[in-house]
Design a protein around this ligand. Structure first.
Ligand code: GLV
Ligand code: MN
Ligand code: MN
Length: 435
């Protein structure tokens, strides 16, 4: 007997309902925040693992807390099309950022399982445990760990409550030594594809449900410390002050001015904290973050050099000290032309216009590109295209279309035909290393 036909609208509604359900696992009762290894994060991991199991996948959790579901190919042990995204969030974030990249492929696997259909490639859905890095100011912690690129320096790092990275792992029942224990062999990966909400207004503006990503902007993130002299707000004459916050304010404006000067370059100060800030005390120490991004690495690197030279000049003029720690650096990442073509065919196959666009936001695909060829499918963002914000939204209809397009992509004969090595244009058929 034939299985009933696939219903994209139902699939879209189910994915949205699951995203809503998952957002209830939040660190805060007031808004959606889910940071690495908190109880809410562990509960979300368990829920995702349960859904993976229901979809007919074998499920495991790796050393860093990634939840990995595998749907076996026609032949056991085949290379895997790896797809996924993150299930942590920024503070007071949106419910769909990252989550759609887990739930959309999961809906595809569920449909394949329902039909009893196996493909030439295995499908692995990876729910990455930490991409935003909100708790420990990390950068792509989970995808780096997945590929065996974990930096042990992080073990000493502390969160805002003074808990070390290592303590957080042990409290969650994870062993730090296990992170490096089983790096994923790139030879077992056919390609990596990430579905993601666009997080911007382009598709919304043009009335298009889906987009095929051409490449992802590179970025750096620094934590900057300004040290001045704290003192009494009523007694220290203005010319004698070394106010850390006034200096930092000038630095923030220098970031904005430099970023505004070059099209395509963006610069953001998202955190600014006055140590022991009090209304009647001259700020003695300030910390702030600087996030600089561009699709052009050279433009970003030049801006970074100039911004830090400006910080030094401001600090020298104001008699304060300035130091910085780089928390994140990733180069601009082109998406594989071959995967772009396959995704474009799949978007066309579900009757949607094909729109190619770059990504200004960072994604786990940037790290996965060090191991394999990557591609991304964007889903239109609602509410003016806002993201990293609780107003972030999608329609179930667009999500259903994405499930249908991903299903077409996974079933495309071209997907398993060949693979280009990481970081290169597609060449002749990829030769598997003998087992
Ligand atoms: C990830 O969300 C980013 O900061 O681009
Ligand atoms: Mn994000
Ligand atoms: Mn994201």
């Amino acid at each position: 007997m034939n299985a009933p036909a696939f219903d994209a609208s139902t699939a879209g509604r189910e994915v949205v309902a699951r995203a809503e359900a998952l957002a209830r696992h939040s660190d805060s009762p007031d808004h959606y925040t889910r940071t690495w290894l908190t109880p809410a994060h562990r509960a979300a991991a368990l829920q995702i693992a349960g859904w993976m199991g229901e979809a007919g996948m074998s499920v495991r959790t790796d050393g860093v807390g990634n939840v990995i579901g595998r749907y076996e190919a026609t032949a056991a042990g085949a290379t895997a099309l790896v797809t996924g995204s993150h299930f942590d969030s920024v503070r007071n974030g949106g419910k769909y950022d990252g989550i759609l990249g887990i739930l959309v492929p999961l809906a595809c696997v569920s449909e394949l399982n329902r039909r009893g259909e196996r493909l030439p490639v295995a499908i692995e859905v990876v729910a990455f445990a930490d991409e935003e890095g909100a708790r420990f100011q990390t950068s792509f912690l989970a995808s780096r760990a997945f590929l065996g690129k974990f930096d042990t320096v992080l073990l000493e790092r502390r969160d805002a409550d003074g808990v070390t990275f290592e303590e957080a792992m042990r409290a969650a029942g994870l062993d730090p030594a296990a992170i490096a224990a089983s790096p994923r062999d790139p030879e077992t990966i056919a390609a990596y594809v990430e579905v993601h909400i666009e997080q911007g207004p382009v598709l919304l503006d043009e009335g298009l449900p889906l987009g095929v990503v051409t490449g992802i902007s590179g970025g750096t993130r620094h934590l900057v410390r300004v040290a001045g002299a704290s003192g009494h707000a009523g007694t220290v004459p203005m010319p004698m002050r070394r106010d850390a916050l006034a200096a930092a304010a000038e630095m923030v404006v220098a970031v904005e001015a430099r970023a505004k000067a070059v099209p395509g370059l963006v610069g953001t100060v998202g955190i600014l904290k006055v140590k022991d800030g009090t209304g009647n005390v001259i700020p003695g120490e300030v910390e702030f973050t600087v996030d600089i991004r561009s699709g052009e690495d050279a433009a970003r690197e030049a801006a970074e050099r100039e911004v830090f030279a400006a910080f030094e000049a401001i600090a020298a003029r104001r008699g304060v000290g300035v130091t910085a720690r780089k928390n994140h650096a990733v180069r601009a990442t082109p998406c594989s032309p071959r995967i772009q073509d396959l995704l474009a065919d799949s978007v066309a196959a579900v009757g949607a216009p094909v729109r190619k666009l770059p990504s200004g936001a960072g994604h786990d695909a940037m790290v996965m590109a060090e191991a394999t060829e990557v591609g991304m499918l964007f889903i239109r963002c609602g509410a003016g295209g806002v993201s990293h914000n609780p107003a972030e939204t999608v329609t179930a209809q667009d999500v259903g279309l994405a499930v249908a397009a991903m299903l077409a992509f996974l079933r495309a004969p071209g997907l398993s035909a060949s693979r280009a090595p990481a970081g290169s244009a597609p060449g002749p058929a990829f030769v598997r290393r003998p087992a």
